[in-house]
Design a binder for this molecule. Structure first.
Ligand code: NAP
Length: 283
């Protein structure tokens, strides 16, 4: 039976991937930052030698996009050094690496969905460190790694846009949300299912995108969250990023194409509206 090891336990992706693999009766171990700090070379070597995974899902990351502007060195350790150490260790002992990356590697000025080999040009520190991580993985483990870019992940347990909107719906009469940031809302349970399918399939190494189908602005996304929660969507008011300043610049339009994912024989992700409705129908 395939042995799975998951890093970053307690995060959104690790939690859902672990649950799904456990439910399916797979042999899986998930370790959190205290049990397995992926930035410590000795710990990486020892932990991988102990567990000898056939598939290592790296769900650990520094995901605080705004804080990364001030702490790029810390973000870089988790998002670049960590994946490099994992890939190097697997290259000598065997096993495959599923490494997760982001739409923020792209500039966000496209007009058609980004394909896997489109030029990258990150606009913030988080995106730069994630791009460096992609490159480190490909360099150290070219034949046994997948870099899977995703976007706008929600579903918990850690902080995410859907939970923030549900909280604001309770706290405020109206909520201003930007219309000039467009991307692909992605339910973490769908991402986990997709990555597990990838880990089981004989897809050649390389880069892929996995996002729920379709596209939305943050405003569209927020209105749909309100609607599905039984609240009046009109309480979500349009604004733009000029009046909503954040430390990190976000790509304005970072829709990812899942064409390569489907061409690899993997199931086409469902529409983001259907995935969101599924998530919000759960207790
Ligand atoms: N969330 C999104 O919207 C989004 C969008 C695009 C791509 N992605 C990518 O998708 C992947 C999964 O994201 P997610 O939303 O599941 O992230 P998440 O909820 O923030 O989980 C990341 C986990 O990594 C842990 N971690 C941090 N430093 C670590 C270290 N040195 N060693 C081991 N673990 C460490 C974190 O622990 P602490 O919480 O204790 O620090 C956290 O539990 C990441 O690669 C992320 O970059 C996410």
């Amino acid at each position: 039976m395939t042995r799975w090891l998951i890093t970053g336990a307690g995060g959104q992706l690790a939690t859902h991937a672990f649950e799904q693999l456990t439910d399916a009766g797979d042999n899986v171990v998930a370790l959190d930052e205290h049990q397995f700090d992926i930035t410590d070379a000795d710990i990486v070597t020892a932990t991988l030698a102990e567990h000898r995974p056939d598939v290592l899902l790296n769900a650990a990351a520094y995901t605080a996009v705004d804080a990364a502007e001030e702490h790029e060195d810390v973000a870089s350790r988790v998002n670049e050094l960590g994946p490099r150490l994992l890939a190097q260790a697997l290259s000598s002992q065997g096993g495959r690496l599923l490494h997760v990356s982001t739409d923020y590697v792209f500039a966000g000025d496209a007009t058609a969905p980004y394909e896997i080999d489109d030029p990258v040009d990150p606009q913030n520190a988080y995106g730069r460190t994630k791009l460096a991580g992609e490159r480190a993985v490909r360099a150290a483990l070219p034949d046994r790694s997948h870099v899977v870019r995703t976007a706008w992940v929600y579903g918990g347990p850690s902080a995410n846009f859907v939970d923030t909107m549900l909280r604001l719906e309770q706290e405020r009469d109206t909520v201003n949300v930007v219309t000039d940031e467009v991307g692909c809302p992605t339910y973490v349970a769908d991402l986990a299912t997709g990555l597990i399918a990838l880990g089981r399939a004989g897809v050649p190494a390389g880069t892929l995108h996995f996002v729920n189908s379709g596209q939305a602005s943050r405003f569209d996304f927020a209105r749909e969250i309100f609607r599905l929660a039984g609240a009046d969507p009109e309480r979500v008011r349009p604004t733009d990023s000029s009046s909503f300043v954040t430390a990190a610049k976000r790509p304005a339009w970072s829709v990812l194409s899942s064409a390569a994912w489907v061409a690899a024989g993997l199931a086409k992700p469902r529409r983001w509206q259907d995935a969101l409705a599924d998530k919000l129908s759960r207790p």
